[in-house]
Design a protein around this ligand. Structure first.
Ligand SMILES: C[S@@+](CC[C@H](N)C(=O)[O-])C[C@H]1O[C@@H](n2cnc3c(N)ncnc32)[C@H](O)[C@@H]1O
Length: 204
């Protein structure tokens, strides 16, 4: 008999990945709202399989180039649409419904730290994502409050997500209480299955 795996509390990104892996099925349509160097895009493309599709966004051509190369190397390029524009445009480019939308906020690792996600466009994109989700679909958001723009995103997310109607969405907020104010945090929002006579309420 093999020894049981040790269960360990892990980082915000790890929890987000776990939720994505639990919910995404072959053939799904999903969104990577912040493609960066393409690690998440490749993983999502592998999860949706050859019949699925990934829409990925980034404002930086460099990020799109890195991601394209990574997708080519992994042999999964054909199942992805890479969009070099703000995720605030998501509603225009992505036909819903989608199973999962992934945000990994902040700047391109190894890139220009001034080009970072910012709350006004992040909120436009999160709102679009919540509307695109199919019932039981999830949106994961990793936020990095260790810099001013990231701290504003984290605080604003807590405020607006707390106002979602529980009959429309369940919202989880994970935070390590003893890791300091700068530690990454994870938000997971799941659209509920209930039939409603109106579109899901974004604000209470
Ligand atoms: C932390 S990185 C993402 C890392 C990525 N998920 C990966 O696996 O490598 C955040 C990315 O968001 C991008 N970004 C900043 N503002 C954006 C916006 N308005 N729309 C889409 N992407 C944006 C940055 O250019 C950066 O590449």
């Amino acid at each position: 008999m093999t020894a049981p795996e040790t269960w360990e509390l892990r980082s915000a990104r790890y929890l987000a990945r776990e939720a994505q892996e639990k919910v995404i099925r072959p053939g799904d349509t999903v969104v990577d709202a912040t493609m960066g160097n393409g690690y998440d895009t490749v993983r999502l493309a592998e999860l949706v399989g050859s019949e699925g599709h990934v829409f990925a966004f980034d404002v930086q051509p460099l990020a799109v180039m890195h991601t394209m190369q990574r997708l080519e190397d992994a042999g999964v390029k054909e199942r992805c649409s890479l969009l070099c524009c703000s995720h605030a445009e998501m509603a225009r480019y992505v036909p819903g419904p989608v199973r999962c939308v992934v945000f990994n906020l902040g700047w391109l690792p190894g890139g220009d730290k001034r080009i970072t996600t910012r709350w006004p466009s992040t909120w436009t994109a999160v709102r679009a994502a919540l509307r695109l989700l199919q019932p039981m679909g999830v949106c994961t958001i990793c936020a990095y409050p260790g810099h001013a723009a990231g701290d504003e995103e984290r605080r604003s997310l807590v405020t607006v997500l707390s106002g979602l109607r529980p009959q429309d969405y369940n919202v989880l907020h994970q935070r390590f209480l003893n890791a300091g104010e700068d530690a990454p945090e994870c938000f997971i929002i799941q659209r509920q299955n209930r039939k409603t006579d109106r579109s899901p309420g974004i604000m209470r």
